[in-house]
Design a binder for this molecule. Structure first.
Ligand SMILES: *Cc1c(COP(=O)(O)O)cnc(C)c1O
Length: 459
């Protein structure tokens, strides 16, 4: 263990000096159409074997990946601007993560932490307690997926406060399980036909500067007065919010909105839970998006970028809240899997040694002016927003705020055809989001943006 830790540390410091290293050429290279013949064969097998409710945005079957590229079954090398939905922030197949997983998996794959524990789980909890906003005493619990972390945050908040109501926001996305479907705003495709949904969930208006024109203080007053009138502060266990909304459209609330909500929660004994599952781990240019305005949540949920692609999630919060739950009240068979914990420690080490928060800020600084110029030139983009390497363009019908879903789909399709993986999002499906791996090279990012610009100009 100590020998392997020493190797890891020296590899990390070499990496910091040299920048990220890659196994595969960091290039866009198309040798067939995308998806090509081999992917189409696999797609036919898939259609006969895989439930059709599970769909893929770009059905090119991946056989290898590294840094900022995905290689498909036909040998095409695609530029990755999605990171598997903000997961592989440290890069696809990041070397430290791969090494840590190989090392861990050679020893043991599972014990169930609630039967017999292991050090990796404790080390990840320590890292989460240190890295999440605020210097107060914290505790963490680990789970498998983001939805599971959110469910547990709600359980803990209810148990700690003895209250039941949970407040969420318009455009929110918190997952696909029964409780988190109720917390999620968008019916299609996440909720339609899947009810009945959990009770005691209340949806409030989000700060959405492009669409509501309110400043942060006004938007917070609107939400707070609605909470007071419709629920009553003393019935609310938790206010749950994404500091920048993900699936709902990369909505960045107006400055001041989050601090005002958080202060109101503190004053009223309401647990303020930041869902940082998509925004966390350097994505927005800080360790966590709440850091930007100095907001210190009572509880933070994490997943996605935490472990370089292995399934892991966490709830981190004030020790008094987290420890209010009875022994045995939290857990799960696979929760905090030892291989996933090893991957998380290596991913965090990669973020530190390569300073990926700074890398995210550089990506934002390179991309935002180009996206703004594109909006100006084409008149097809109503809003350009985001922070760090969490960026989006919202397509609207020229000269209005009316969502332009058709153009959005056509632009995404054109990018895919040209070998650039982009994702769409938004309540109206009219947003293209950019979530590149934070280790993406300047040239690769530049080329991907050029493809996107060409696609927007061509539609
Ligand atoms: C993805 C996501 C979730 C759900 O995470 P899963 O791992 O898919 O269950 C919850 N909240 C936010 C903000 C997310 O982006």
């Amino acid at each position: 263990m100590s020998a392997s830790t020493a190797t890891t540390a020296s590899t990390a410091s070499t990496a910091a000096a040299a920048g990220p290293t890659f196994r595969l050429p960091q290039e866009r290279r198309l040798v067939t159409e995308v998806p090509g013949p081999r992917s189409r064969e696999l797609q036919a097998r898939r259609a006969a074997a895989v439930a059709s409710g599970v769909s893929s945005s770009l059905p090119a079957f991946i056989t290898d990946a590294d840094g900022g590229v995905l290689v498909d079954a036909d040998g095409n090398s695609l530029i990755d601007l999605g990171s598997g939905i903000a997961v592989t922030s440290v890069g696809n197949a990041a070397p430290l993560v791969v090494d840590a997983v190989r090392e861990a998996v050679g020893h043991f794959t599972h014990t169930c932490f609630t039967i017999t524990p292991y050090e990796g789980y404790v080390a990840v909890a320590e890292a989460l307690n240190e890295l999440t906003p605020g210097a107060h005493t914290k505790r963490s619990a680990l789970f498998n997926s983001g939805a599971e972390a959110v469910e547990n945050a709600v359980k803990i908040a209810r148990s700690a406060t003895g209250r039941q109501a949970v407040v969420v926001f318009d455009h929110a996305y918190h997952g696909r399980t029964n409780l988190t479907m109720a917390l999620t705003a968008k019916a299609m495709p996440y909720k339609k036909g899947f009810g009945p949904f959990a009770g005691e969930i209340y949806r409030m208006p989000m700060s959405y500067p492009f669409r509501d024109g309110l400043d942060g203080k006004e938007a917070a007053e609107r939400a707070i007065s609605a909470m007071q009138a419709q629920i009553g502060a003393d019935s609310i266990a938790a206010v749950l919010i994404e500091p920048i909304q993900g699936e709902g459209g990369f909505v960045v609330p107006a400055e001041g909105f989050l601090p005002a909500l958080s202060q109101w929660c503190t004053a009223n004994g309401v647990v303020f839970v930041a869902d940082e599952i998509q925004t966390g781990f350097c994505r927005t240019g800080d360790w966590f998006a709440c850091d930007h305005e100095g907001v210190v949540p009572d509880m933070v949920t994490t997943a996605k970028g935490i472990a370089g692609g292995l399934p892991l999630a966490g709830v981190t919060g004030r020790a008094d809240l987290m420890d209010s739950v009875h022994g045995g009240g939290l857990g799960g068979t696979y929760a905090g899997n030892p291989v996933a914990c090893a991957a998380a420690l290596a991913a965090i080490e990669t973020m530190r040694s390569l300073d990926l928060a700074a890398a995210a800020r550089r990506i934002g600084a390179a991309a935002l002016p180009r996206l703004r110029a594109l909006a100006q030139d084409t008149g097809r983009i109503g809003d350009v927003r985001g922070r760090g390497a969490m960026l989006a363009v919202e397509f609207t019908v020229r000269g209005s705020t009316e969502p332009d879903t058709a153009t959005t789909a056509a632009v995404a399709r054109a990018c895919h055809d040209a070998g650039v993986v982009v994702l769409t999002c938004g309540t109206y499906g009219n947003v293209i989001r950019l979530l590149p791996p934070l280790v993406i090279g300047d040239d690769l990012l530049d080329e991907a943006l050029t493809v996107l610009e060409g696609a927007v100009r061509a539609v």
